[in-house]
Write a protein that binds this ligand. Structure first.
Ligand SMILES: N[C@@H](CCC(=O)N[C@@H](CS)C(=O)NCC(=O)O)C(=O)O
Length: 260
């Protein structure tokens, strides 16, 4: 198998300098050892750069128009051929269903697909609200231009919404544990566990004080995140240059003033 950064039949189109929503896809590709190109991180001479993202959004990637990255292109497959898909949850569902040998969904349980998708869409909602903590008015404005609103938005997010989201995933894990299941989808490990790791890690990094306050109420979720981080392929990825460092350009951002 080629290394994940080499040319391959899977191509991810995502902003090259941030983890963002692309990271949910990167983690799935890495854990499943699916070879892929992170196209916008390639040099322009090799078809990379952010221009590659705009080409695929504009429908010049061979798979219709797409609203926003991440976008995944699968080239030269047998079924379906040259497929292009956007929206994080759709991409993960596509990857998981396309080949159960990737191990992103349990083979035996057809119901697991929709349980996984429903959980992943809840993570998408959480990601959207986390973004609003620093961009409550408009993504097109600088954080500095919406700081007052960001204070108010992050206060309610940290007081009400983050505990509700994390408490929900904790309750799912608690119920699964009662029947000796250790992952978010009862039937076994799925891509949702990888995304939950990313959400927990992102929130803990962005809001260390607020996260410390919910940690005691979410022991199973925190333990799941640790187990995911220790998966050999995930651990190798996290220690590699492919894993981008957190920053104040990212989806999960640490601004000390928003995390009293
Ligand atoms: N629902 C989409 C949201 C995609 C999204 O918001 N992408 C961001 C980057 S993480 C973006 O570049 N959006 C541009 C825009 O909405 O105009 C998903 O889950 O993938």
């Amino acid at each position: 198998m080629a290394t994940p950064q080499s040319e391959s039949s899977y191509e991810l189109f995502y902003w090259p300098t941030i983890q963002g929503r692309g990271e949910f896809v990167r983690l799935a590709l890495e854990d499943a050892a699916i070879a892929y190109s992170d196209v916008a991180r390639l040099p322009k001479e090799r078809g990379g750069g952010v221009e590659a993202i705009f080409r695929v959004l504009d429908g010049n990637g061979g798979g219709g128009r797409h609203f926003a990255p991440p976008v995944l292109r699968h080239r030269g497959g047998t079924e379906p051929r040259d497929f292009v898909v956007s929206h994080t949850a759709c991409i993960l569902d596509f990857l998981a269903v396309r080949s159960t040998r990737h191990g992103l969904l349990p083979e035996a349980d057809p119901g697991a697909r929709h349980t996984a998708l429903q959980l992943q869409l809840t993570i998408a909602d959480l990601a959207g609200e986390a973004h609003e903590t620093h961009h409550p008015i408009a993504a097109s404005l600088y954080y500095e231009d919406q700081k007052d609103e960001a204070h108010k938005r992050s206060a309610t997010f940290l007081r009400e919404r983050m505990p509700k989201f994390l408490g929900y995933f904790e309750a799912v894990l608690r119920e699964n544990k009662a029947s000796n299941k250790e992952y978010l989808v009862g039937a076994g490990f799925t891509y949702v566990d990888l995304s939950a790791f990313q959400a927990v890690t992102g929130l803990a990094q962005a809001f260390p004080n607020a996260f410390d306050r919910v940690r005691k109420d979410t022991p199973l979720l925190c333990a799941l995140a640790e187990r995911v981080a220790a998966r050999p392929k995930v651990a190798a990825y996290l220690g590699s240059p492919r894993r981008l460092a957190p920053s104040t350009n990212d989806l999960f951002r640490h601004y000390p003033e928003l995390d009293p």
